[in-house]
Ligand binder design. Structure first.
Ligand SMILES: Cc1cc2nc3c(=O)[nH]c(=O)nc-3n(C[C@H](O)[C@H](O)[C@H](O)COP(=O)(O)OP(=O)(O)OC[C@H]3O[C@@H](n4cnc5c(N)ncnc54)[C@H](O)[C@@H]3O)c2cc1C
Length: 347
């Protein structure tokens, strides 16, 4: 029998860890990742000529339970310099005293890039999955995928790691769910919050007058979180000072369909009202996170769900767990455990 062909849809934390763990568990499997953009999903790091700034996930908060359960991943990422301890002050953080925080010194996207490189699998960037269908050549059932730009390929198994509402909108998915009303209903219940992120640069000779690196803002209707990215992970970089601003969820919901440039202007005004000592930024960029963090996970937090057994089609990602690093890694671990037991892959 030839090597099973597996497609992973989405190259964020869940997709890249799935590819890595799967290749290590089943080295003979051929794994291809489809990614609609060239970013690293919600661990997107915006890069300019002289700096970079994390626009989505900011840092990893590791609980003692996950320190143990995901020890091998933490050890590898720390040994490789992909993660390092977060040394700065975080004002207003609500977490257990026993949690440890980590940053990605080269940018949060370096976690995804590391997993992809270490997995040795191929990634089809700028390839948005549009349609999937089951093809039957009489011998073996395959899943045929078609991209927005007409690329077609067939696989023995497919894992979809994109936000659940986007997965449900794929052509062919609702048909596959026709005979599974409870599964469909549970998937429709998965909800995400929305946020805006604004990145600001300031002259490097500006002296930051506060002791904190990151701050959770309370009682402000527009702004929820700010972080000196330049201080967080690369204090010696010598580039411009960069500040990341995350909007509050109610602000994002209210302005979700507004022109991005207008939202950017409003958020810059609001952060300057909040911190009157901020100089005028020399550069800014705004990003809309329509699907930011999971508000309502899939019932029971199973880590993944099986849409079809033959051929295997699985949905995973933070929608089936929690919106953080460990939630995604756990989803990937569980996806690979499930796949390895399925006939086509249990070689
Ligand atoms: C503003 C913000 C702040 C956050 N802060 C933190 C934090 O500090 N710490 C933390 O641990 N977590 C944080 N999170 C949560 C964390 O970023 C997410 O839980 C995690 O990145 C989700 O990873 P994922 O792989 O499941 O999904 P995603 O990262 O969304 O990956 C899905 C990928 O699929 C791609 N895709 C979508 N549709 C298609 C398609 N049709 N075809 C092909 N590809 C497609 C997307 O481009 C994307 O790359 C934050 C998230 C946001 C948005």
């Amino acid at each position: 029998m030839s090597a099973p062909r597996v497609a992973v849809i989405g190259c964020g934390l869940t997709g890249s860890f799935t590819a890595l763990i799967l290749r290590r568990a089943l080295p003979e499997a051929s794994v291809t990742v489809w990614e609609k953009s060239t970013n690293a999903g919600r661990t997107f790091t915006k890069r300019t000529a002289d700096s970079s700034i994390d626009m989505g996930a900011q840092y990893i908060s590791q609980t003692p339970e996950y320190a143990e359960a995901h020890k091998r991943f933490y050890s590898e990422l720390l040994d490789q310099g992909i993660l390092s301890p977060f040394c700065g002050v975080i004002e207003g953080e609500s977490r257990s005293d026993k949690a440890k925080n980590f940053v990605a010194p080269k940018g949060m996207d370096s976690i995804v890039n590391y997993c992809v490189a270490a997995s040795g699998c191929s990634v089809l960037y700028n390839t948005r999955l549009e349609k999937l269908s089951v093809a039957d050549d009489g011998m073996i059932k395959m899943l045929t995928l078609k991209s927005e730009n007409g690329y077609v390929a067939s696989y023995n198994a497919v894992v979809i790691t994109i936000p659940v509402p986007q997965a449900l909108a794929l052509d062919g998915v609702l048909e596959l769910l026709d005979k599974k009303p409870i599964l469909k209903k549970n998937l429709e219940c998965v909800h995400y919050s929305s946020r805006y992120a604004v990145a600001l640069h300031f002259e490097s000779d500006f002296e930051i007058p506060v002791p904190w690196t990151a701050k959770y803002v309370c009682g402000n209707d527009a702004i929820r979180f700010v972080c000196w990215d330049s201080r967080k992970r690369n204090p010696q970089s010598g580039g411009p000072h960069s500040l990341l601003v995350h909007s509050s969820v109610p602000f994002a919901v209210e302005h979700l369909e507004e022109e991005r440039a207008k939202v950017e202007e409003t958020l810059i005004d609001r952060v300057q009202m909040l911190f009157s000592w901020l100089p005028k930024p020399t550069w800014s960029r705004c990003h809309r996170w329509r699907y930011s963090q999971v508000k309502q996970s899939y019932s029971g937090i199973p880590g993944y769900v099986t849409i079809g057994q033959s051929p295997p089609l699985l949905f995973g990602g933070d929608g089936f767990n929690h919106s953080n690093f460990d939630g995604c890694v756990e989803s990937a671990v569980q996806i690979v455990n499930a796949l390895s037991k399925m006939p086509i892959l249990s070689l």
